[in-house]
Design a protein around this ligand. Structure first.
Ligand code: FAD
Length: 153
């Protein structure tokens, strides 16, 4: 099976869009990710998958914590920014929640402490225990077949 077939298949699975954030030596780093899932209710665990070549990979390894911001329907530009897809560098619109940087105005934010890491092919799965949650009423940004979408009803 070729890479294109695999990518096409994964693109058929609609997801929300998150920005992962962490802080190392006082410097904040963010990265767009849709490989996020809920894992366990008791204890409250979530999972993110980060490519081994992403800068975020080593940052989370060092900090042992991360925050997840669920983007709202108006935050497509934010997704592009943290995927490195904008022409120019832009200042990030962070705010602090539970001592962690998160994306301002996002639909929901979670702060997590890494409790396990599993190498899986060219990615690492970081399981995080959720330490706090903040939610807002808004519509999500949706990613499907390589394009951003809006939720209709
Ligand atoms: P960089 O590429 O250096 O950083 C990304 C960009 O974030 C920078 O260009 C900069 O503009 C911005 N940025 C970071 N920190 C700051 C800051 N403090 N202030 C201002 N701007 C800042 N990859 C995965 O590994 N797992 C996934 O689940 C995943 N899902 C994705 C989903 C979508 C919809 C998209 C579009 C991409 C996804 N990617 C995923 C790819 C990933 O977002 C990119 O490869 C990203 O560029 C990797 O970031 P990096 O950590 O290497 O850092």
């Amino acid at each position: 099976m070729d890479d294109r077939m695999f990518r096409n298949a994964m693109g058929k699975f609609a997801t929300g869009v998150t920005v992962l954030t962490t802080e190392v030596d006082g410097k904040v780093h963010g990265m767009t990710a849709n490989a996020f899932m809920s894992v366990s209710l008791n204890p409250k665990l979530v999972l993110i998958s980060i490519g081994e070549n992403a800068k975020m990979h080593d940052k989370v390894r060092q900090s042992k914590k991360y925050a997840v911001s669920f983007l709202n329907g108006n935050q497509e530009e934010v997704s592009r920014q943290f995927a490195g897809q904008l022409q120019e560098e832009r200042e990030a619109n962070f705010e602090s929640f539970n001592g962690m940087p998160v994306i301002r105005d996002s639909l929901g934010v979670l702060t997590c402490n890494v409790v396990a890491e599993h190498q899986a092919g060219d990615h690492t799965l970081f399981i995080g225990e959720v330490s706090d949650i903040n939610l807002k009423e808004d519509e999500p940004l949706v990613f499907y077949q390589g394009k951003y979408r809006e939720l209709t009803s």
